[in-house]
Each structure stands twice: as structure tokens, then as C-alpha cells.
Ligand binder design. Structure first.
Ligand code: ZN
Length: 133
């Protein structure tokens, strides 16, 4: 299965959840729960787009199913610049990557584990730096 086929499989999963996936050169690799839109930057390498899309769908899964870490509560209770809010944001990011990987498995997408781990590390490192600012 090519990366493009794998991306289409994840897009189909998102569609079934009521989400539209927009691929655009100015895409900001995000998910909006209100408009139910996932935005992916389509100038990134195709494998990176697949990893990012799985991660954003991981956010949808965290949003829908909740988590032992109550992100919504922390989000409401703590302001953006607090350590608590920032650290919980990092935790939510880790959880979204975890759920993205589980989703790949459910969709019979075989990830290159080393490349996946590198994508996770790159993304989480950036959030860690931000959290410690
Ligand atoms: Zn994220």
C-alpha cells in the first residue's frame, strides 16, 4: 500500500467521524473541533503528511473519548502561560501521537517505526521547548 493510499484510508476514517481533511500548501497541521476540519500542509513529504494526519486524528480520538488526563478541565481552569496548562498540552500531544499509532494499526497501515519515532520526537521536542519557555 502506498503512502497516498494510506492517507486516503485515514481521510476516510476522519470522514466517517464527520471531519473534513483539507490539504493545502498553507495548511497548519491542526484540527478544529468546531468546524470539524483537519488542516494538513501538503508541501511536506508524503510520509510526514501521513504521520501528521494520524496525529491530528489522534487528537480527535482524545477529544471524543476523553482521557485519564482531564485536558478540558485544565484548559478551562488554567491560563495559557501557566506551567500546568503547558505541561498538560505536552501530555495531550503525546497522547494524540499514541492514539494516532493505534489508529494506524486499526486501519492496517504499517508504519516505518524508526521514521514514526522520529516524527514523534521532532514534534514533542518542539512542544517541550515551548513548555519550558
Ligand atoms: Zn498535536
Amino acid at each position: 500500500m502506498s503512502s497516498a493510499d494510506e492517507i486516503n484510508r485515514v481521510v476516510g476514517w476522519a470522514y466517517d467521524k464527520g471531519y473534513h481533511v483539507a490539504f493545502d500548501r498553507y495548511g497548519d497541521n491542526s484540527v478544529c473541533y468546531e468546524s470539524k476540519t483537519v488542516s494538513i500542509k501538503n508541501t511536506s513529504p508524503i510520509r510526514v503528511q501521513l504521520h501528521t494526519l494520524l496525529h491530528e486524528c489522534g487528537h480527535i480520538l482524545v477529544h471524543v473519548n476523553n482521557s485519564p488526563f482531564d485536558f478540558k478541565r485544565v484548559d478551562e481552569r488554567f491560563s495559557s502561560q501557566t506551567s500546568t496548562k503547558k505541561v498538560y498540552t505536552v501530555i495531550e500531544e503525546v497522547e494524540a501521537w499514541k492514539r494516532g499509532k493505534q489508529l494506524a494499526s486499526r486501519l492496517y497501515i504499517s508504519l516505518d517505526e524508526d521514521k514514526w519515532d522520529m516524527s514523534v520526537a521532532r514534534a514533542i521536542k518542539a512542544y517541550m521547548k515551548w513548555a519550558l519557555e
